[in-house]
Ligand binder design. Structure first.
Ligand SMILES: [Zn+2]
Ligand SMILES: [Zn+2]
Length: 388
């Protein structure tokens, strides 16, 4: 399994009468469904190797009852051993390795969810099949492909997922306007051929094509001649030209060094390449997701430039319209934000979602499957379809 690495470290401080001490580390990504973290476990020097082995056995199955599960650092330290002779130490390590093998087998069965990512069907860098293959290689067992305002990547992703034995959850990320803010709503487990949803997304994409031309015209005015052609070279799906594509072309043309700077200098409200666009309302988007039998999720709430009070209003409006979940663990959230939105999810009785928001190997916050897990006490959004 990709994340599991076993290290060995000489502690160098043997206990009384013990010449050798070892600490073994096991790496794993803790999933909400619950693996085990025994952080900083130390075998007291007066305990025998057998005691250490027993402790290791005990601690390999469940959480350290007295300790806090350490969500921030997925590496955990499992066991320590002390020995009087090198022979004893080697013996102990061999046994530890056996335990770890069993442990690894359990870990690979732990489902890992990544419920937010992009392919070339919108503004991602990899084709849908490559996204699925990369997720699979990273240990993801359930992946939602959530391209912006469209569903065209789903057939290819689904076919690849079937080949690899990974669960592909049909999804999309809809751009909506709420209180003069652009907000993203992820729809999960949607029926990708539902006519209401399909038609709604078609309308958004028509608007996008029109917006792309207007953005290009504005950028030409400030000196970026030929920007539309350069941008189109980055576009995988001609129906889905996004600001990220413009940003990549602007970096190529030397406007800024990084895509993130381009957004701040050219593509946000008040800047030369920003163009108003009539996005659908929150209500409309939720209606489409509901019509398609999906679950609506507010994407990356930590990324909107809103005060806590305004964000609270968004949560209330969303809940009143039947919204059920928020993205608690996003690749773009800090660990503090994950804890905060975990509390918010509990407060508003939302389920929690987790996703990397992966766009490409060089352009993303985190790789596929690498967003941190949901905090304790947050009901995972997948419970809503597991029970059906
Ligand atoms: Zn988004
Ligand atoms: Zn996204």
């Amino acid at each position: 399994m990709a994340d599991c690495d076993i290290g060995f470290e000489d502690q160098g401080r043997p206990g009384v009468g013990m010449k050798y001490t070892a600490v073994l580390y096991v790496g794993a990504w803790a999933d909400h469904d619950g693996l085990i973290i025994a952080a900083q476990y130390r075998v007291p020097p007066d305990r025998s190797i057998f005691g250490a082995l027993n402790a290791a056995n005990q601690y390999s199955g469940w959480r350290n009852p007295g300790g806090r599960v350490n969500l921030r650092y997925p590496l955990f330290q499992l066991i320590a051993a002390h020995a009087e002779t090198l022979f004893q130490l080697k013996w102990a390590v061999q046994h530890f390795m056996l335990i770890l093998q069993t442990h690894k087998a359990t870990m690979t069965q732990v489902p890992r969810y990544d419920l937010h990512c992009h392919s070339t069907a919108s503004d991602g860098m990899l084709p849908p099949a490559a996204v699925v293959a990369r997720a699979h290689a990273n240990g993801v067992t359930s992946l939602a492909l959530t391209d912006h305002d469209g569903l065209s990547g789903l057939p290819e992703a689904t076919a690849e997922a079937e080949k690899l034995g990974l669960e592909l959850i049909p999804g999309t990320e809809i751009s909506v306007e709420w209180n003069d803010h652009s907000v993203h709503i992820v729809g999960l487990q949607i029926n990708p051929v539902d006519p209401t949803l399909v038609q709604g997304l078609d309308e958004i994409r028509e608007g996008r094509a029109n917006r792309a031309e207007r953005i290009a015209a504005e950028l030409e005015k400030v000196g970026f001649v030929g920007i539309l052609d350069k941008t189109m070279a980055y576009v995988g799906n001609p129906e889905l030209v996004s600001r990220a594509h413009f940003a990549r072309a602007l970096v190529e043309m030397g406007a800024c060094r990084e895509v993130k700077q381009v957004f701040d200098r050219y593509l946000t409200p008040g800047k030369p390449g920003y163009v108003e666009h009539p996005w659908p309302s929150l209500e409309k988007a939720l209606g489409w997701i509901r019509a398609a039998g999906g679950v609506a999720v507010i994407a990356h709430p930590g990324r909107y430039r809103m005060s806590n009070k305004e964000l609270g209003k968004l949560f209330e409006a969303f809940r009143d319209l039947g919204g059920e979940a928020i993205e608690v663990a996003s690749g773009s959230h800090t660990p503090e934000q994950i804890a905060h939105f975990g509390r918010q999810a509990r407060h508003y009785a939302f389920m929690g979602s987790q996703g990397s928001d992966f766009h490409g190997p060089d352009e993303s916050y985190v790789d596929l499957g690498r967003s941190l897990p949901l905090p304790d006490g947050v009901v995972p959004v997948w419970e809503s379809w597991k029970n059906n």
